[in-house]
Design a protein around this ligand. Structure first.
Ligand code: NDP
Length: 280
């Protein structure tokens, strides 16, 4: 039977640590504030934004939110970001993605001051990660490293396969594992002999966005399996990219969906907000 990696409990542990840090900073006269911008009212984005604001409240830092109408122009959004970049009382800026089609996400991300880029999506943040310099790291992959470390799973020297090469999960995940001295392979939709590749992994990280795609024939017996996927089944239930029932009996540890990687993303965002003060 595999160990179930409890992301909810680990994220709570991190939030308690951040609560203490935020209180100490407050005592020393430093307030931390996150600005959250949402354009339109995509239902999933509304939930994410609400949870992020609740997270700030929980650890005792401030948040200001801008809920802009769907028809907001790109220039209006860029002007708001410029204002927030300049404000000394705002430490982190988060623009909830996806943005409406008439707004170019790359342009918007690039407009955020890298010192306030708590999502870690700015090209400067990604570049810093690549060459091992300080900067913000994308929250989901950073959360996965914490899940592994706090579960006592050794990363150094391990064969890690990251399935998926998106800018927000797969690529930064691979760079972080490399930083932890793993031997890293990135696989994707054009990978030949995918099962052979994933079956080499001591630690398999799956971020493909395909419900229950990964069955036990993709997994080496005894591997650690981290499931990043968040998908809805036909009955509206959440499921991951890994077929949990099929894989759990053959691996040594696995994250459930929900309750695995998901809760870590917000915990790491809050961590980035606290860290932002050091960069500013
Ligand atoms: P993307 O759609 O941006 O990337 C998916 C990746 O999977 C691509 O690199 C794609 O390859 C690869 N892929 C797709 N199908 C296959 C296949 N059949 N075989 C091999 N590779 C395949 O997704 P994201 O990285 O943004 O997200 C992945 C999942 O993680 C989603 O379910 C998303 O909801 C979830 N997620 C969860 C978060 C959390 O907080 N827990 C945060 C972010 C995402 P190619 O590049 O060749 O097209």
């Amino acid at each position: 039977m595999a160990a179930i990696i409890d992301g909810k409990a680990i994220s709570l542990q991190i939030k308690e640590e951040l609560k203490e840090k935020a209180a100490k900073m407050k005592e020393q006269g430093t307030d931390v504030t996150l600005a959250v911008i949402q354009v339109g009212n995509n239902p999933a984005s509304c939930v994410y934004v609400r949870n992020k604001k609740k997270g700030c409240e929980y650890i005792g830092i401030g948040s200001v939110s801008y809920e802009l109408p769907e028809e907001t122009t790109q220039q209006e959004l860029l002007d708001l970001i410029t204002q927030l970049n300049e404000r000394k009382d705002v430490n982190g800026i988060l623009v909830q993605l996806p943005l409406p089609d008439h707004i170019d996400e790359d342009t918007v991300i690039k407009a955020i001051d890298p010192k306030k880029d708590v999502d870690g999506f700015h090209p400067q943040s990604v570049g810093a990660l690549c060459i091992g310099q300080p900067g913000f790291v994308s929250c989901t992959p950073a959360g996965i490293i914490q899940l592994l470390k706090r579960s006592g799973i050794e990363i150094a020297g391990k064969e890690c396969v990251v399935l998926g090469r998106s800018n927000i999960v797969g690529k930064p995940m691979a760079l972080l594992l490399l930083r932890e001295n793993a031997t890293v392979t990135i696989a994707h939709s054009r990978t030949a002999n995918l099962k052979e590749v994933t079956s080499r992994a001591d630690i398999l990280i799956v971020a493909v966005g395909r419900p229950k795609m990964i069955t036990r024939d993709y997994v080496k017996p005894g591997a650690v399996v981290i499931d990043v996927g968040i998908n809805r089944e036909e009955n509206n239930k959440l499921c991951g990219d890994v077929d949990f029932e099929d894989v759990e009996p053959v691996c040594s540890a696995i994250t459930p969906v929900p309750g695995g990687v998901g809760p870590m993303t917000i915990a790491m965002l809050l961590n980035n907000c606290i860290e932002s003060v050091k960069l500013q």
